[in-house]
Ligand binder design. Structure first.
Ligand code: UGA
Length: 474
């Protein structure tokens, strides 16, 4: 099918590349000229596994780039809108980009088109998009509006798209539902997965991908409710981790016991320094605002957000209590991205913690495998002094510091060379906001180790057997 995707951000770019890989002709539309030039020249603006391969495979052939929305609409039968919906001051989603795209699309419709919202939007958006298109003079018979929320995660976006747990299409007309079914047919029939050049299947893939057809409003709510529920799971386990710390229990043992109940499941129950990124913080707030607007006070979501904020503060308190005073302390920080596997620092709890520690008078050497450039842009302007340094490796960040903080769950940080690390640190203190290590092993390796939801461990408090086991493991 001929598809236009409007907006080449995370969702638009990944969706466009994946639709091309499924065999469709895709025009990716954006009004950012620099971005378009870069894309046309084969530059992939985000750090995303398999995206460079898909871009190389389809760029200039099944995947083209344009700034001409009008022409793209004329040439396509389905138009996916994947522009940004940033939060306003009051936490609602700002839909002005969606509205202006809808207006422009309206002026270009000359035959039947389906306009599909792919951005995360509040309930009723598809109704509004429909009204805007009608208001701008398009005949009702010439178009349908549908909702097709996206559930991809950064870092695994391509596989999340092609091996979706489910595909949700919200349509209020059978004609639109039919067209969307056809677009996703390579995934729902399983034919995509038979191909020798298909993107490799991840663990836990549901094949073929199930499709769920709902009304537009239900589809819009499915997206908000899913993100809010996942954020709630994280805040829930972070709250449990705080209780574990108070009573001396181990949160991982609790997660194991709780998560093996198949009704609960173990995923998204990793305690840490709270959720960040461009989705959960914004979407929980937006869903809260939508509910309020519709007359329901969704106070549970206030608490989800409060626990998330509190989690960062708790971690800062942990750093203070490990180091006593902070002014003048030199800290190494591993991780700036909001999670492992991405260079995205939007709403990153790691960045928040670094900024708070700088304000308290620490000097910090940071390292992240992918987010350094973005973090430098974000941190440098505010730090006119030399309190922040950017290292080229984990061990450079650890060199001569009073303590090492782990703030992002990169795999690279979970496999450190303990001897080398100990040699670099001024004091062998590790404060881990992502629970990448076993406290006993760390103590046996000579570290004082703090983590989330588990008791701190110290080298002199470790039984000899644990020491022997840990050494054998190394
Ligand atoms: C999230 C959802 O997982 C996707 O399904 C959704 O499509 C996407 O938002 C979106 O709306 O576009 P993403 O923001 O890429 O995806 O990242 P997640 O992997 O969900 O992680 C979000 C945050 O939660 C990260 O800061 C991560 O470190 C944290 N997290 C995640 C935890 O603290 N504990 C966990 O168990 C899982």
């Amino acid at each position: 099918m001929r598809i236009a995707v409007v907006g080449s951000g995370y969702v638009g770019l990944v969706a466009g590349a994946c639709f091309a890989d499924m065999g469709h002709e895709v025009i990716l539309v954006d009004n950012d000229h620099r971005k378009l030039v870069a894309l046309r020249n084969g530059k992939v603006p985000i750090h995303e596994k398999f995206l460079p391969e898909l871009m190389a495979r389809h760029r200039g052939q099944r995947l083209t780039f344009s700034d001409d929305l009008h022409e793209a609409v004329r040439q396509s039968s389905v138009i996916f809108v994947a522009v940004g919906t940033p939060p306003t001051e009051s936490g609602e989603a700002d839909l002005s980009y969606v509205e202006s795209v809808a207006r422009e699309i309206s002026g270009a419709i000359d035959s039947y088109k389906i306009v599909v919202e792919k951005s995360t939007v509040p309930v009723y958006t598809s109704e509004w998009v429909r009204k805007i298109i009608l208001r701008n003079g398009t005949d009702a018979e010439l178009f349908d509006v549908a909702s097709n929320p996206e559930f991809l995660r950064e870092g695994t976006a391509v596989t999340d798209f092609l091996f979706a747990d489910r595909i949700v299409i919200g349509c209020d007309s059978e004609r639109a539902a039919e067209a969307l079914r056809e677009i996703y047919q390579p995934l729902t029939s399983g034919s995509y997965y038979q191909r020798a050049d298909a993107i490799p299947q991840p663990d836990r893939a549901v094949i073929p991908a199930p499709i769920i057809v709902t009304s537009s409003k239900s589809a819009e709510l499915i997206k908000h409710a899913s993100n809010a529920f996942l954020a709630m799971k994280i805040s829930f386990i972070n709250a449990v981790a705080s209780v574990c710390e108070s009573v001396g229990a181990n949160v991982h043992q609790v997660v194991h016991g709780v998560g093996t109940d198949s009704r609960i499941g173990p995923r998204f129950l990793n305690p840490g320094i709270g959720y960040g990124g461009s989705c959960f913080p914004k979407d929980v707030m937006a869903f809260r605002a939508v509910a309020k607007e519709s007359g329901y006070e969704f106070r549970l979501l206030d608490e989800v957000m409060r626990i998330n904020e509190e989690q960062r503060q708790r971690f800062l308190r942990k750093v203070r209590s490990a180091l006593w005073t902070l002014r003048g302390k030199h800290l190494g920080v591993l991780g700036l991205a909001f999670k492992g596997g991405t260079d995205d620092i939007r709403e990153s709890p790691a960045l928040f913690i670094v900024q708070a520690l700088l304000q308290e008078g620490c000097s910090i050497t940071v390292y992240d495998p992918a987010a350094m450039e973005r973090a430098e842009e974000a941190l440098r302007p505010r730090q006119t002094n030399a309190n922040i340094k950017f290292a080229n490796s984990v061990y450079e960040a650890a060199h001569g510091v009073d303590a090492l903080l782990i703030l992002t769950e990169w795999e690279e940080f979970a496999n450190l060379d303990f001897n080398r690390l100990r040699g670099e640190l001024k004091y062998p203190i590790v404060i881990d906001g992502r629970n990448l290590y076993d406290p006993d092993v760390m103590a046996a390796q000579g570290f004082t180790y703090y983590s989330v939801g588990r008791a701190a461990s110290h080298p002199d408090g470790v039984p000899a057997a644990a020491l022997r086991n840990a050494n054998n493991k190394k």
